[in-house]
Design a protein around this ligand. Sequence first.
Ligand SMILES: Cc1cc2nc3c(=O)[nH]c(=O)nc-3n(C[C@H](O)[C@H](O)[C@H](O)COP(=O)(O)OP(=O)(O)OC[C@H]3O[C@@H](n4cnc5c(N)ncnc54)[C@H](O)[C@@H]3O)c2cc1C
Length: 491
Amino acid sequence: MARTVLCACEDVTLEEVRRAFAEGHRDLESVKRYTGFGTGPCQGKSCLAAVAGELLRLGATPAEIAPFTARPPLQPTPLALLATADPGALPLDPGVPPPAAGPRPRPQGGPLPERARVVIVGGGIMGLGLAYQLCRRGERDVLVLEAGYLNAGASGRNGGGVRAQWSTPTMIRLARRSLALCRSFAADMGVNVWFRPGGYLFLAPTAEQVARLERNAALHRAHGLATRVIDPEEAARIVPELDRRRFLAASWNPDDGVVFPWPFLWGYASRAAALGARIRTFTRVTGFEREGRRLTAVRTDAGRVTCEVVVNAAGAWSKEVAALAGVPLPNRPTRHEILVTEPLKPWLGPLVSVLGNGLYFSQSQRGELVGGMGDPDEPEGVVSGSTLRFLSRFARAALECVPRLAGVKVVRQWAGCYDVTPDNNPVLGAAGFDNFLQLSGFVGHGFMMAPAVTEAMAAWMTGGEEDEIFRRFTLARFERGETAREDFIIG
Ligand SMILES: Cc1cc2nc3c(=O)[nH]c(=O)nc-3n(C[C@H](O)[C@H](O)[C@H](O)COP(=O)(O)OP(=O)(O)OC[C@H]3O[C@@H](n4cnc5c(N)ncnc54)[C@H](O)[C@@H]3O)c2cc1C
């Protein structure tokens, strides 16, 4: 049978684009994620117009085929070349601006219902995971409202790291549960999430960081983890390419891992929908109606829905959504940039992270290096443009760690937002109104926390056991000064 290839880099055919559309991925961004077109070395230069044209023919509207954000580098560029740019001389600007606002894609998923018992604002991993878990427990009257496409927020832009190496018993417990759920996700949900248990290797360049890793490792072992603090020689047996002069010791847990984020959302969404949840994309929440201590309805750009419970799962936009109800959250959205290189032969087992500068990288199932690094000077704001400053900072830090990467070319970069709270712990439970539940503030680890946290939250919401996190991580803790800072954050 003839194959018409639309994206030569990623070998995506006309047939696959048509199938994606038939399965409900109507807009260009969703089709890009579902098929992988436009993610290869040419960055859509050869396929964007062809796929957009086909979607138009299939019935997409012009707003649904708005081109995806153009980002540097213009062509695959070696890390060594990027490292020659002086990051200090490069601006921390918003980066490549998003395309000018035009007509918005039509709401997708069906007409907006007049009422729903539980309305979840935000269709990221938190919102969709909660919808699925609620439905599993028999709460079927659930509506998820997502302003964009699935995977539009941080859940579609992250590094996919899932680790149990944390610094408090609570985080270790949640992460272990998430790791167990990640392991069985593909079988349970019928979607391949490329879970790779290659371990996490934290490198400590200073004696102070080594002491911290040793304290953590003792806690980990007390909670049943296999974490060990190892010397540079042993670390170099796990990753021989590491420059062992750059660190004094490393923390190693072979049971941590990495997943491919996008299919998690598709898995949760399709299973939740099969159990009765309604998911409406391109439907933005614009306000709330209230009566006394309760929210009674959610207003959207597609109409109004009366409800009994509202969950704020809007990630970096949670502060903005809470403000629509007059509830101030202390969350600070902050951009975090990330990149991907050309594919290499398999050489890297674990996700490697360097304490101090926040560098991390892992190798994807397709062989690409996926890595990010926070910028301490990044100001608060929902910004998702890409900068040359990040490329040069990342390149310098990565080459210090693994000099042999010098010739490896960066193919693509993107950005999302961390949803940062003052103590790096989430905001959970009711806030402002008795039926306005928060599920936000997951900084740079919400993806790995979502499977466990949404399971616990659904149990609590349906009359089951109340996990201690719903008492400890309330908004009121900030007023009471009962915060315990989580400081084992990457980036
Ligand atoms: C570059 C990067 C790397 C990361 N790496 C990791 C990692 O390795 N491991 C890890 O565990 N975590 C990582 N994270 C963090 C993780 O991605 C987030 O914590 C997690 O995805 C948050 O999920 P969420 O569902 O709360 O938010 P999101 O996925 O952002 O979803 C919120 C959704 O709400 C929608 N929304 C906003 N406003 C409205 C509105 N008014 N009405 C309706 N919908 C609205 C948005 O469109 C969005 O889709 C990383 C984050 C970034 C940015």
